[in-house]
Ligand binder design. Structure first.
Ligand SMILES: NC(=O)c1ccc[n+]([C@@H]2O[C@H](COP(=O)([O-])OP(=O)(O)OC[C@H]3O[C@@H](n4cnc5c(N)ncnc54)[C@H](OP(=O)(O)O)[C@@H]3O)[C@@H](O)[C@H]2O)c1
Length: 306
């Protein structure tokens, strides 16, 4: 059945492939964006909002049946000053409150809410965790907890699916693109000890999972958005070197250099969680890239003309 789906953050790394999948599946897709520019995917309507100023075009929610809330200030976009920390948090939670108010004003028949969160939710530990893992107490965990609570309030009794998203591998941004940059200068490198876990997912699977969840009324609650094959950073970089046919530096960039450069934010690259998903296994979702070698083969394949 064709749904009318409102996507926040629909211009982002996950949002663009998600919108493409939803359009291909025949849904009406609307994207709430700060810019008002036409969407890169043909057929997606754009509507403006400004979370900081509490403004939203209510027309975006008119007759909407599904809301996907992905928007949020990039957590790795700069030093975690108190002002940036506040923006990282409020761009997610205030956005959810804004959506809820707009749904109420237009009496939108929303039956499903899909929200993003992150594996930063979990307590940092060497042990592998699944959806039952305990929440952490650091800044990323604090953001994830408040974000999930705001999304629960937005859903207000409707079907709610929350994805705690892992390290999304994509050519267009995120951890893969950052690690690929030094290779383009001839030599790859890992950061810190290299032993920090990377619980990854290919971007097409992350978008695919969200689209799949929309069409599966049996899916409800929290799911970890990860392929069930966590690795460590050194292994990932070495495998990237193999696929790119480029050498890798035998030692990592020291952690203290990153701490000097990025302050507390260096934590994002110097620590990590070993996360798997138990709950996804019963859903019937079939990963396109279940193994790292499938994902890297796709991500490092030369595109025609490049
Ligand atoms: N990529 C990952 O590895 C990863 C891992 C864990 C969790 N996540 C979470 O999943 C969500 C989607 O990830 P992504 O990688 O697709 O994110 P992304 O590429 O950074 O895109 C996020 C989108 O949010 C909107 N946005 C950014 N700052 C905003 C602000 N201050 N107020 C309102 N909207 C704002 C932007 O849309 P407009 O410019 O159109 O307004 C942007 O396209 C994010 O919330 C992210 O934190 C991602």
């Amino acid at each position: 059945m064709a749904e009318t789906i409102v996507v926040t953050g629909g211009t982002g790394l996950i949002g663009i492939p998600l919108c493409r999948l939803l359009i291909e599946a025949g849904h009406n897709v609307r994207c709430l964006t700060r810019s008002g520019k036409p969407h890169p995917v043909a057929g997606v309507q754009t509507f403006r909002w400004n979370v900081e100023e509490g403004q939203i075009d209510d027309a975006a929610l008119h007759e909407a049946t599904v809301v996907v809330h992905l928007a949020g200030e990039n957590i790795a976009g700069g030093r975690w000053t108190p002002a940036r920390k506040a923006q990282i948090l409020s761009s997610r939670t205030d956005a959810a409150h804004l959506l809820k108010a707009a749904i109420g004003r237009v009496s939108a028949p929303v039956h499903t809410v899909v929200g993003a969160s992150a594996i930063g939710f979990y307590n940092l530990s060497k042990r592998q965790v699944d959806e039952g893992g305990k929440a952490g107490a650091d800044f990323p965990a604090e953001v994830c907890i408040a974000w999930e609570q705001a999304t629960q309030a937005l859903a207000e009794g409707r079907r709610l699916v929350i994805f705690r998203i892992g390290n999304v591998l994509s050519r267009a941004g995120g951890v893969f693109q950052r690690l690929a940059q030094p290779f383009s200068f001839g030599l790859g490198a890992w950061l810190g000890s290299g032993l920090q876990p990377i619980s990854w997912i290919h971007v097409r699977d992350m978008a695919g999972l969200i689209a799949f969840a929309i069409g599966r009324p049996s899916m409800e609650g929290v799911y970890n958005g990860v392929a069930n094959e966590p690795v460590n950073l050194k292994f990932l970089v070495k495998q990237m070197g193999r696929y790119l046919h480029k050498p890798v530096m035998p030692i990592g960039v020291p952690g203290f250099v990153l701490e000097l450069a990025f302050g507390e934010m260096a934590q994002i690259v110097l620590t990590g969680n070993t996360v798997i998903s138990t709950r996804l296994q019963g859903t019937g979702y079939k990963f396109r890239y279940p193994h790292l070698y499938d994902a890297l083969a796709e991500l490092t394949r030369k595109k025609k003309g490049s």
